[in-house]
Design a protein around this ligand. Structure first.
Ligand code: ZN
Ligand code: ZN
Length: 363
């Protein structure tokens, strides 16, 4: 099968033929139909985060099940599925207490002794699987608990986005922060995740939703997603503006970028008793500075990883929201590209102007 392979950080992806193994007892072989190009893929291409090479990146996908292993019960061939990097084992402490997205059990991966899921055609050397998925490829071989079947009238190019950006943004609102009707929300960064966070806040019934970004084009999009107020971060002190707008701060601030400055801003714009939910990936080694006294006002900070998801439940619900017109996905897709043009999607991402590129495969 064709796949976009990263051989070395800082180099473009190369389309190569890669061998894919057969499903083991609990594995599922999926024909990839669409995959979103996410900012975290770019972090690995640029080497900000280390990962063993060569690797097939991609982690926001949807497709159709081709083959299942002998013990798979949750999906069957022909099912339309969305994948999620939050593969869960189902029996560790995190899983049995309902925190599936925190599972780190190795049970969803193949062991070191086993044949790798992906390998080079000639040398048979392993090609690393990214986040148990490796979606920049015509097929994916995953654990059954890394995908969920969805209704077949859902368009798969839009379904793909649920797999990372949308579950991350909406999940941060529903599961991590538990925003209640009428509460005020600020969202820093209006890319795919930020816009999904805004959409989640609308669904949760938030009162005022303040979108913050440096690009007017993204703020315009934020308004279409339901932001009630927008602030261009390149004009003046963001924290001061939010405190003025809300007369004392927001109940919830969501950081969707992953920078020290925006992290500190998210905390700084909280009302007493408010909570800052940090979604963005902060560089390893980066420290954060806060005024210790602010914590006395019962302000809280929490991380949100993949929207604290229970994706087998969350994703079908998000699909229903989309089908009812309450979850915006069409507006999130700024361009559709073939796998051969995947490097162009990363160029766009570096420029930071578009919401989301989606790679589509021929059916
Ligand atoms: Zn992602
Ligand atoms: Zn587990």
């Amino acid at each position: 099968m064709k796949a976009a392979v990263l051989r070395q950080p800082g180099t473009p992806l190369v389309i190569e033929d890669v061998a894919i193994s057969k499903p083991g007892p609990r594995e599922v072989l999926i024909r990839t139909l669409a995959v979103g190009v996410c900012h975290s893929d770019l972090h690995f291409i640029e080497g900000t985060y280390p990962f063993p090479m060569p690797v097939v990146l991609g982690h926001e996908a949807a497709g159709i099940v081709e083959q299942v292993g002998s013990e798979v019960r949750s999906v069957k061939p022909g099912d339309h599925v969305v994948t999620c990097l939050s593969a869960y084992c189902g029996h560790c402490e995190h899983c049995v207490t309902g925190h599936l997205s925190l599972c780190v059990s190795p049970d969803t991966r193949r062991g070191k002794e086993d044949e790798p899921r992906l390998s080079e055609i000639q040398s048979l050397k392993p090609v690393n699987q990214f986040m148990n998925l490796s979606s920049f490829a015509e097929q994916m071989l995953v654990h059954e608990n890394a995908c969920v079947s969805i209704r077949k009238d859902m368009p798969l190019d839009r379904a793909a986005l649920l797999g990372c950006a949308v579950i991350t943004g909406t999940g941060a609102v529903f599961n991590t922060a538990k925003v209640r009707p009428g509460e005020t929300v600020a969202v820093i960064g209006c890319g795919g995740i930020g816009l999904s966070t805004i959409n989640g806040a609308v669904l949760a019934g938030a009162g005022r939703i303040i979108a913050i970004d440096r690009l007017d084009s993204k703020l315009e999009l934020a308004r279409r997603f339901g932001a009630t107020d927008v602030i261009n971060a390149s004009e003046g002190d963001v924290v001061k503006q939010v405190l003025e707008l809300t007369r004392g701060g927001v109940h919830h601030a969501f950081e969707c970028i992953g920078l020290k400055q925006t992290f500190e801003q998210a905390f700084g714009m909280l009302a007493r008793g408010g909570s800052a939910t940090v979604i963005g990936m902060i560089k390893p080694g980066q420290k954060i500075e806060l005024h210790g006294l602010d914590i006395l006002g019962e302000r809280r900070i929490q991380g949100s990883f993949m929207g604290s998801n229970r994706f087998p439940v969350d994703m079908p619900r998000l699909v229903d929201f989309y089908m009812q017109g309450r979850l915006k996905l069409d507006e999130l897709i700024s361009q559709r590209l073939k796998l051969e043009h995947i490097n162009e999607a990363f160029d766009e991402l570096r420029r930071g102007e578009l919401a989301r590129s989606v790679i589509v495969f021929d059916q």
